[in-house]
Design a protein around this ligand. Structure first.
Ligand SMILES: [Fe+2]
Ligand SMILES: [Fe+2]
Length: 318
């Protein structure tokens, strides 16, 4: 496994994922962003109690509120829609402390997207913040209609067809993790269903969505309190059954790497945080745009929102 650092110098070079399969010749363009972290400070202050929400609330108030700006979201949504995507994929952490108010606000801010094109979401660890939120299935109550093609299918993995031979497989790697944890795990039930799903769609361009990283930004499995605890089991399934692309978030930086697939290397991309205010290109708010044509990932472009509200654009290649 290797981490490809930075953005290479050869913009426009097609990413060489050549598949000897039949695909629609139509181009499919989709956008990916992650870690929106909509916050609701009054709501969090009102509902804080001793435990994880207190810690999350204090963390949000002291650090994130200065950097994770709800106000960046309309700018991002507008810019995304200017690219005329066929679909938009979001890999979790829509909220900061899983408040109903945060979910409702996130959904409202995303309305220009989901009223216009298919939108697919999966939960992040901040969306399943406490055991009560998980029991209540609060994230799913707000967002499960952006999962599978059937609204009844709110389980995981879910499958969402994007057209043009492209399909999304959504995993849930998130569980309540106690006061200091942010680790993930993909349930045995999901791991038992995943091979069959990947095999059933092997003639398509399969995009696997998962919130937690398979490698952190340093190219390692990550610290035990932040990574996927059964990462090796997931990697083994992806290697044996294949996928064409894996997208995630969780680490608040954009970077990319590859993992072994079934006869290929699978590109894995982290879109970084969608709303983070930063001068650093790999940390600042932004999203990525993917063009897939005839089963080939032709181009990935990173758009970054600078503190002066201008946008940068650069190609990502491998
Ligand atoms: Fe996050
Ligand atoms: Fe996260």
């Amino acid at each position: 496994m290797g981490l490809f650092e930075g953005f290479l110098e050869n913009p426009g070079t097609p990413i060489p994922i050549l598949l000897n399969l039949e695909f629609s010749s139509l181009m499919v363009r989709f956008a990916h962003f992650s870690d929106v972290h909509i916050s609701n400070v009054p709501g969090t202050l009102l509902k804080m109690w001793w435990g994880k929400r207190l810690l999350g609330g204090a963390n949000m108030l002291l650090v994130r509120r200065r950097h994770m700006l709800n106000a960046n979201m309309p700018l991002l949504v507008e810019h995304v829609m200017q690219q005329n995507p066929d679909a938009v994929l979001i890999t979790g952490d829509l909220s900061t402390t899983a408040l109903n108010e945060e979910f409702a606000q996130a959904r409202e801010l995303l309305k220009p997207i989901h009223e216009a094109v298919p939108m697919v979401t999966i939960p992040g660890n901040h969306d399943i913040y406490t055991p009560g939120v998980q029991r209540e299935r609060r994230y799913e109550k707000h967002f499960a209609d952006f999962h599978g093609d059937s609204q009844e299918d709110s389980g995981y993995p879910f499958v969402r067809e994007l057209g043009g031979g492209v399909v999304c497989v959504g995993l849930n790697s998130c569980v309540p993790t106690g006061i200091t944890g942010a680790w993930g795990i993909v349930s045995d039930e999901q791991l038992s269903r995943l091979p069959e799903i990947l095999d059933a769609h092997q003639e398509q361009f399969r995009i696997v969505l998962v919130h937690h990283f398979l490698e952190d930004k340093h190219g390692t499995p990550g610290l035990p309190h932040r990574g996927i605890r059964n990462r090796d089991d997931l990697l083994k399934i992806l290697e044996q059954h294949g996928a064409e692309l894996v997208l995630h978030g969780h680490e608040h930086a954009c970077y990319q790497y590859t993992i072994p697939g079934k006869g290929n290397l699978i590109p894995v991309l982290n879109a970084g945080p969608a709303t983070f205010q930063s001068e650093k290109p790999n940390k600042q708010a932004g999203y990525q745009l993917y063009d897939i044509e005839a089963g080939v990932l032709q181009r990935v472009v990173r758009f970054g929102l600078q503190p002066d509200q201008t946008w940068t654009e650069r190609d990502i290649t491998y």
